[in-house]
Design a protein around this ligand. Structure first.
Ligand code: AMP
Length: 116
């Protein structure tokens, strides 16, 4: 655990959150500031700074994050109409929390992938 990391503190139970799914290796919880009707974050419980670091260090764990994201999309009823799965990575990617996380976004048309 990285004591300076807000998502590690959520995993440790030190910060409140709304958990929607938990596996041995991953945790899914609602975003504090939702950008869509459904906005869930899926993280590996183990600390990795971003998805690239995660995938290089532990591809199986990266797969666990994807599988949990798919389960969340199913459970939230997002599969028929579709959803967006997003990993902001690094400064140019707009990453704010440096613990790898997938955004599961859906529940309405999400518009273009990027603002121009
Ligand atoms: P990113 O820009 O990809 O790093 O996204 C970080 C996300 O984490 C943002 O959408 C924040 O609203 C969300 N966030 C930050 N702190 C918390 C928290 N304590 N609980 C839930 N979501 C959070």
């Amino acid at each position: 655990m990285n004591t300076d990391c807000v998502f590690c503190r959520i995993v440790a139970g030190e910060l409140p959150t709304t958990v929607v799914r938990e596996t041995e290796t991953t945790l899914a919880f609602r975003d504090l500031d939702p950008k869509a009707p459904v906005h869930v974050l899926v993280i590996p419980k183990e600390h990795h700074a971003d998805v690239a670091a995660l995938a290089l260090a532990d591809p199986a764990l990266a797969g666990d994050v994807l599988a949990t994201a798919a389960e969340v999309a199913e459970a939230e009823g997002l599969r028929p109409d579709g959803f967006r799965l997003m990993f902001n990575t690094g400064r140019y990617g707009g990453q704010e929390v440096f613990h790898a996380h997938a955004h599961v976004l859906g529940g309405a048309p999400l518009g273009p992938m990027l603002a121009r």
